[in-house]
Design a protein around this ligand. Sequence first.
Ligand SMILES: [Fe+2]
Ligand SMILES: [Fe+2]
Length: 348
Amino acid sequence: MPIAVLLITDRLEQSEKLERLLSMWGPCDVVDLRRPLDGGVAPYRLLISDVDLSSRIAVEAVRDRLAKVRRKGTPYLCLLRDHSPRLKIQANAIGASAVLPADLSAKSLLDEIGRILNPEGQAPIQQRFVAASAAMADLLSAATEGRPLPVAAIEGSVEAINRAADDRDLGAWLDMVWNHDDATYQHCLLVAGLAAAFARALGFPEKARKLVTSAAVLHDIGKARVPLAILHKRGKLTAEEFAIVREHPQIGYEMLLRQGAFPHEVVEAARSHHEYLDGSGYPRGLQADDISDLVRMITICDIYAALIERRSYKAPMEPEEAYAVLVGMGAKLDADLLRVFSSVVLTA
Ligand SMILES: [Fe+2]
Ligand SMILES: [Fe+2]
């Protein structure tokens, strides 16, 4: 069940990252401390403040907002920007049930929130999903900001996704992905979940499964450099915008290559996942012989994911319909792999 979260902040302009992260639990309302509180989707299951508590006025303002929305037993997480004991005391005085540094990594923050919301522990698949999402958050922000990609976080996410595939509950995975309202996360986690299940269905050994899932997690990393205004555009792209989107395989390839920490197959999948066996794909118009099985798998998962994705403005396709579209692509996709893929996505 989605969990409504309220974030109280005094730096609205910087709250997007945190909001995006919190939205994986469910709807997240953001309140600007400088404005009065209105409506929202209360009751909230979790309250969070990201406010500089060194000012007395700010402390009183947070206290005031909390008094309006907090119910008995609702956890309140207070994020602090420095570690002074005075601020900690301040946080406890306004009733914080937990105090954490505001600059905590996405993964640690989500782990902590998971503990606060569900001290008895979550179902394994949810834990895996939370771990994979947190890693995806670290990965996408590093890619967007041009920092080195977090290799350990990526490995952690691949491991979580592969173990989720072992649970053979692709449906539960997809439901959790669909709850997530950020399109890029949704797409990458969807492709990764499908690819992990695909590799498992093909009976691949652990090492090959790792490669396939890593390639899926990273396949669109080049999109982190495509302006959001283009990526999230609802209408048809102009020829110019389309040309920019089509640069993402090459950009991703160069990012991964430059860092030098990723297997050749993974780097190659970032560059070639839009190639088709009949030579009609991009960026290089490769022919079948030049396209590895791993890349062929990612391409199938990528197209299928795009068809079943849920967006506020378009109805998702049913699995059967989406699969029929893949079959209809004929010589562009690998027919043998596609046959196996049907056992992954179509429940008889
Ligand atoms: Fe792509
Ligand atoms: Fe993609």
